[in-house]
Design a protein around this ligand. Structure first.
Ligand code: SF4
Ligand code: SF4
Length: 179
């Protein structure tokens, strides 16, 4: 036994308990300081060296890739009511109604030059049912139906997720969400 480490057998039981609690107290302080320092070292390392992966939404908005399949938009002025989109839709969430154009009515064409022989009376998509598979946009011959990169259209009710693309307000999305 070294001179720095006294023989505990020479001390009374009370003295030994006091000594153990004294060293135990310092031991606990040491362990607490070590534990806090280890945690703070990890925190400071991340604060100073790791780039944040979160953004300050809605002040900062993520730009989705151009081929994202997000909110659907139909530019109804270029829709020929061919029904190919509704036929391809696996969940039957596209509702179209159209009537044959009057023979005397002025001839209409899409921007791409396809003749418009039917007058579109309804073009509705229930986006609450849509699974964003993209089949409808793939088959559209005039490419008027597209997925946009707009992802900010959460609603309080399912009913509000059903969009009438002939509605003036929905038509105006063209200037806001179609790139
Ligand atoms: S993306 Fe798919 S599920 Fe949605 S409307 Fe088009 S075809 Fe239907
Ligand atoms: S496939 Fe295109 S052109 Fe045909 S009805 Fe659908 S949106 Fe209109």
């Amino acid at each position: 036994m070294s001179t720095l480490t006294p023989d505990l057998s020479t001390l009374s039981k009370n003295d030994v308990q006091k000594r153990e609690s004294f060293f135990g107290w310092f031991g606990n302080i040491f362990r607490a300081i070590k534990s806090i320092s280890t945690g703070m070292a990890i925190t400071i390392k991340y604060v100073l060296t790791v780039k944040p992966v979160t953004i300050e939404y809605p002040e900062v908005r993520e730009e989705l890739p151009p081929n994202s399949r997000s909110r659907l938009f139909n530019d109804v002025d270029n829709c020929i009511a061919c029904m190919q989109c509704s036929t391809a839709c696996p969940v039957d969430c596209i509702y179209i109604a159209a009537v044959r154009r009057d023979k005397e009515a002025p001839k209409l064409k899409t921007d791409g030059g396809s003749p418009i022989k039917l007058d579109l009376k309804q073009y509705t998509i229930d986006t609450a049912l849509c699974c964003y598979c993209g089949l409808c946009t793939t088959v559209c011959p005039t490419e008027c139906l597209t997925h946009t990169t707009d992802y900010e259209y959460a609603q309080y009710t399912l009913k509000e997720m059903k969009y009438d693309y002939l509605d003036a307000e929905v038509r105006a999305w063209k200037h806001r969400i179609v790139k």
